[in-house]
Design a binder for this molecule. Sequence first.
Ligand SMILES: Cc1cc2nc3c(=O)[nH]c(=O)nc-3n(C[C@H](O)[C@H](O)[C@H](O)COP(=O)(O)OP(=O)(O)OC[C@H]3O[C@@H](n4cnc5c(N)ncnc54)[C@H](O)[C@@H]3O)c2cc1C
Length: 533
Amino acid sequence: MGARFDFIIVGAGSAGCVLANRLSEDPNKRVLLIEAGPRDWNPFIHMPAGLSKLINFKSINWNYNTQPEPALNNRELYWPRGRVLGGSSSINAMCFSRGHRSDYDDWANAGNPGWSWKEVLPYFKRSQDQARGADELHGVGGPLRVEDLSFTNPLSEVFIQAAEQAGFARNNDFNGPTQRGVGFYQVTQRAGRRCSTAAGYLKPVRNRPNLKVLTHALTHRILFDGGRAVGVSYRRFGRMLKAYASNEVILSAGAINSPHLLMLSGIGPASMLEPHGIEMVSNNPSVGQNLQDHLDVCTLTRCSQPITYDQLNELRVGLNYFLRGQGEGTSNIAEAGAFLVSGRGRTDRPDIQMHFVPALLDDHGRNRLPGDGYTLHACPLRPQSRGHLALQSANPAQPIAIHPNYLSEAEDLEIMLDCIRLSREIFAQPAFKPFRAHEILPGDHIHDRDGLIDFIRTKAETIYHPVGTCRMGSDEAAVVDPSLRVNGVEGLRVVDASIMPTLVGGNTNAPTIMIAEKAADLIVGREPLSPAI
Ligand SMILES: Cc1cc2nc3c(=O)[nH]c(=O)nc-3n(C[C@H](O)[C@H](O)[C@H](O)COP(=O)(O)OP(=O)(O)OC[C@H]3O[C@@H](n4cnc5c(N)ncnc54)[C@H](O)[C@@H]3O)c2cc1C
């Protein structure tokens, strides 16, 4: 096909694989999908419980670290991001959550027509293949399979019962009429295998003659002809190459790399780009700003019975999974969770999310603790703090500096304290009595406010949802307009988690897939799907 295409998509992640599928539906359109990482051959990607091993495979991960965080004892936090076909959807925890409907109404009210809940719901449904069947809120037949877990640890049910004892209602569908409550997550899996966007969207269409997928290809820059994006330059196996797009270049490189690529290409704050000798194409001070993420705090308890996932016989689990497709191997580990209302904000929508893990999980699983235990992750859902990205070099191989600026707003710290309070309240209920030995973290001796704040500053970590760095809006300062076109240039869009104006109240994979589904219609000029009633 040579190096000329109609569309070039940079990044084969949650959004990029969706676009590759939808844009290549028209056999007359030639589509190039460029991915920096390798193919998704690693078997631990596909076996859901392999998630706990993926942290060890550096070659499919960007392995970012933040800059020292002032409110977190100047720690440099680990930020994994997928660098493989499927992107972060190939290494994520598979929890299926869309956030709260009002998150999208907030987007629309902030000057983004077309992005209200009623308008985005049809795209969520188009993407979905809900194992429970179709209804007003769920779709069937889409590429993203959503299933109930076929195997769960008994402690996950204990967690749900304990939360009920603490006064929280059981909810068997966090994406149903109400998000609030406690229950099992549905997961993005098909027959017990991970349904990444590479598996759900890309694999079935890989043989289309008009779709070319390049792996191991690091995009360096967008090429411009005047103010119009006409292609990209990329490095593959040591060679610098170019590809051209007659229609559009679309960045789907994620919330860190899409703004990074814009800056490397001359779109960003002039004051940040000029010192590195980058020729300006469009001065936009908002590129890389508005960084938001879910900061998470974990409560760890020693379990008095050996029933957790800490001491699994890996050979038995692996054989059971690979021979029969059953058992612990199908678990996404974070099996159950909760969406709770702290009472500090609007009382009609949850502002805290929990993920219960029937194992001891410290430092993203990098610090293996001895013995058996269970962990409750909890995070505030709509942090007020805003961070930014800062260019460090014009060399595309040099990572951009990440400044999340967590807890820079006082209110965010208060909700973090609520997170620990509620976690402890749930763990203290009678349902856990037969299993509870003692609290490991924060530790039975820490109860005063100062001690808990110190614990948060020492131990809080990301729960992997950075967004907002190419903010969508109708104002001049926005990075992209509500059709996701980059302001100030032509022929260029950003389609991924970076365009979210505000972080949604839940996990971010399904929302990113929805964004790409909607973007596909915007790009080809199709009428939007009819709004839900
Ligand atoms: C460990 C972890 C657990 C998570 N758990 C969940 C969960 O349970 N549920 C949930 O809903 N969400 C979860 N998330 C979040 C969710 O997966 C992400 O929000 C989502 O995948 C982001 O999609 P994206 O398309 O914006 O970026 P990505 O999926 O990260 O895709 C970006 C792609 O672009 C490629 N790329 C970047 N730069 C270049 C370049 N210069 N040239 C070529 N290619 C490039 C990358 O390699 C990558 O493949 C998790 C994330 C992580 C990391």
